[in-house]
Design a protein around this ligand. Structure first.
Ligand code: HEC
Length: 181
């Protein structure tokens, strides 16, 4: 074929032809599917405030929404339903066994990582605080963010309402429930 004196001309013609077809196709598609600019921001923060309405310079929240205002009204029975996500690994009853995770009777107000007979990860053993409402809220939002290296494989509860009802349920699991905040 290299003997063909017109080989390079033909090759060039083929390339240009292909490019033309591609360009025409792109041109036509841009008419068929006219991309529209979104009129509103596609993302909004829980509660429906559009990002555009937040004043400039407002720090972007890096932690979970607080649950304090929700706790007093939170439903213990909905919390018990949310807790089904935990029962694959935890028992909640008084005197319940440690399973994959420690028993969770009377968690609120208790020291972190002190369940008797449970082998915590080394990351968890470093925790020295108490499970206050606020700490539990942060932990349950994103366990792996709260304790880097934890062996609790649970993504977390995104919805403040779910965390509030679950924490209200956990509060009730005590001989002497902690006062509400
Ligand atoms: C896949 C298993 C698994 C699931 C699901 C799970 N956990 Fe855990 N959880 C663990 C493990 C394992 C630990 C111990 C973590 C460590 O040592 O790093 C733990 C630790 C905890 C602790 C700390 C207890 C202490 O003694 O300080 C709390 C509180 C807790 N989990 C609550 C929950 C709640 C509430 C849910 C449900 C929303 C849940 N977990 C879902 C496995 C799980």
């Amino acid at each position: 074929m290299f003997n063909d004196p017109l080989f390079f001309n033909k090759l060039a013609a083929a390339i240009i032809g292909a490019a033309l077809i591609a360009m025409t196709a792109a041109f036509i598609t841009s008419f068929v599917y006219q991309p529209k600019m979104l009129e509103k921001h596609a993302y909004s923060i829980d509660g429906g405030t559009a990002i555009a309405n937040i004043p400039k310079g407002t720090p972007i929240p890096v932690g979970p929404e607080t649950i304090m205002p929700l706790l007093a009204k939170a439903s213990v029975s909905s919390g018990q339903k949310v807790a089904k996500k935990c029962t694959a690994c935890h028992t909640f009853a008084k005197g319940g066994k440690n399973r994959i995770g420690p028993n969770l009777w009377q968690t609120i107000g208790k020291r972190q990582a002190v369940a008797a007979g449970y082998g915590y990860s080394s990351a968890f053993k470093k925790l020295k605080g108490n499970w206050t409402y606020a700490e539990l809220n942060k932990f349950l939002w994103k366990p792996k963010k709260y304790v880097k290296g934890t062996k609790m494989s649970f993504v977390g509860l995104k919805k403040a309402k779910d965390r509030a009802s679950l924490i209200a349920y956990m509060r009730s699991l005590s001989d002497n429930p902690q006062p509400l905040p």
